[in-house]
Design a protein around this ligand. Structure first.
Ligand SMILES: C[S@@+](CC[C@H](N)C(=O)[O-])C[C@H]1O[C@@H](n2cnc3c(N)ncnc32)[C@H](O)[C@@H]1O
Ligand code: SF4
Length: 185
């Protein structure tokens, strides 16, 4: 097995458009899920010797508390040889990118961050029931860059209700000014 995807099905808010498996959960449920993941990883350990990429997605992996995420990342680092991993991605929501999170990513060899931006239009973000504004996206990108986490991907959405062609063009212009390695629209 060369690629491993790990799903963290928790979010701090539920966006209006989302079709993924996700829920708002209490710390006990999150802890039980992480414990179950650890058991499963341990069971599959013999098949993880040739891994090249790891992707932690969701839901929102950064909806775990920093302590819970650190505990899980430490487990991964203990059981998987990180020296052989070419790309280790985590999905995150802009507001979760604190200094503590950035330090955690670095410490546990995460080298690519996929940020859910969707749009830079605050009215659209509100309509989507995102828990962030455009300024939080810029702040998150700055914070990641400051911690030498330059491999950033942005998730965007177009053809949103009320979105005009001019609004889309404005988002595209903003994207062109940001030095982003990968954009998923
Ligand atoms: C499932 S989320 C996981 C990462 C993080 N929670 C976030 O919101 O970015 C990954 C991306 O999927 C996209 N997405 C979610 N629901 C979608 C839908 N119904 N149609 C198209 N894209 C969707 C959004 O762009 C979102 O950023
Ligand atoms: S934060 Fe991401 S996973 Fe959670 S509901 Fe919103 S789009 Fe879906």
């Amino acid at each position: 097995m060369e690629s491993l995807y790990i799903h963290i099905p928790f979010c701090t808010q539920i966006c209006s458009y989302c079709d993924f498996h996700r829920e708002i959960a209490n710390p006990q449920k999150k802890k039980a899920y992480i414990n179950a993941l650890k058991h499963e990883l341990w069971y599959f350990k013999p098949r993880l010797n040739n891994l090249k990429t790891i992707y932690i997605g969701g839901g929102t992996p950064t909806a775990l508390s920093p302590a819970m995420l650190a505990d899980f990342l430490a487990f991964l680092n203990e059981h998987i040889n990180m020296a052989q991993i070419k790309e280790f991605t985590i999905e995150a929501n802009p507001k979760d990118i604190t200094e503590t999170m950035a330090i955690l990513f670095k410490k546990y060899h995460i080298n690519r961050i996929s940020l859910g931006a969707q749009s830079f239009d605050d009215a659209l973000l509100k309509l989507l029931r995102r828990n962030h504004e455009a300024k939080d996206i810029f702040h998150a990108i700055d914070m990641l860059n400051r911690h030498e986490l330059h491999n950033i991907s942005l998730d965007m959405i177009f053809a949103l209700p009320t979105q005009t062609m001019n609004m889309l063009k404005k988002d595209l212009k903003t994207l062109m000014h940001l030095k982003i390695k990968h954009i998923s629209y």
